[in-house]
Design a protein around this ligand. Structure first.
Ligand code: ADP
Ligand code: ADP
Length: 233
């Protein structure tokens, strides 16, 4: 089964009694190991779409399937379990736990997901090392720069080796050095088989993807595979 599948997915926000259609009938299938970039102008529904795929926004209608199982009908707690076991998130507004060290922030999801402590520690060391954060492991999030915090959020999202990585503008606020570290790690985990669905405005980020899905006014207007020969390493 595909890792994630949306069928005729619709989201209509109600603001002050007025319906605001954000996602209007999206069909999207992402196979294991695929790296899909979601692009499109501001307000085209990108964030709403990836939030729904992770159960962070409710849908108005349509279906969401994760790993062959219907997910849109799950309760809040059902989604919570699914997220803990299968989904890693990176958003621009990362919620690192303030009173825990960087190391514990990254390790926690793996431990909660049932990864043995020793393996969780090794995974954490690997991810922090890849992101140039090894020397920040014992710091608290408040001691980090925004770019460092965002890298920690990526490490945390990957700690559990999630079936699906969902990212919303993971390089949105980063300077070029931070962006380079994040892109290098995304490329590396993708090479290791990680399935990624990522919202981006950045053509450099999109050029790493296998497919670019373009949204306009809540609908997919283009869904194209990028020939391997045109992909950037
Ligand atoms: P994008 O990520 O492409 O910028 P969004 O998914 O954030 O697009 O927004 C799609 C549409 O839904 C926009 O018209 C936006 O104003 C609207 N929207 C997003 N979030 C909300 C919300 N919480 N309440 C009402 N309208 C919203
Ligand atoms: P092949 O040698 O079979 O043509 P590639 O060298 O294109 O394969 O890719 C090797 C691995 O790296 C594959 O798992 C592929 O998914 C991944 N990969 C290829 N291009 C990129 C890229 N631009 N960014 C990240 N990962 C990539």
């Amino acid at each position: 089964a595909p890792v994630v599948r949306a069928v005729n997915l619709v989201k209509i926000y109600q603001t002050g009694g007025l319906p605001v259609p954000a996602v209007r009938g999206v069909d999207l299938t992402v196979e294991a190991g695929e790296f899909v970039a979601i692009m499109g102008p501001s307000g085209s529904g990108k964030s709403t779409l990836v939030h729904m795929l992770g159960g962070l926004d409710t849908r108005t209608s349509g279906e969401i399937w994760l790993d062959g199982k219907r997910a849109d009908t799950l309760s809040e707690s059902g989604w919570a379990v699914l997220r803990r076991e299968k989904i890693g998130f990176v958003f621009q507004f990362f919620n690192l736990v303030a009173n825990m060290t960087v190391a514990d922030n990254v390790e926690l999801p793996a431990l909660l997901g049932g990864v043995p402590p020793r393996q969780a520690r090794e995974r954490r060391e690997y991810l922090l090392g890849e992101l140039g954060l090894a020397d920040r492991a014992e710091a608290s999030p408040a001691q980090l720069s925004g770019g460092e915090q965002q890298r920690v959020a990526l490490a945390r999202a990957l700690a559990n080796q999630p079936r699906l990585l969902l990212a919303d503008e993971p390089t949105g606020n980063l300077d070029s050095r931070n962006t380079r570290d994040v892109l290098r790690l995304l490329g590396k985990v993708h090479g290791q088989g990680q399935t990624i669905v990522l919202v981006t405005h950045d053509a450099r980020v999109a050029s790493m993807a296998d497919r670019v899905v373009s949204l306009l006014d809540g609908q997919i207007v283009d869904d194209g595979a990028i020939p391997k020969s045109r992909r950037r390493p």
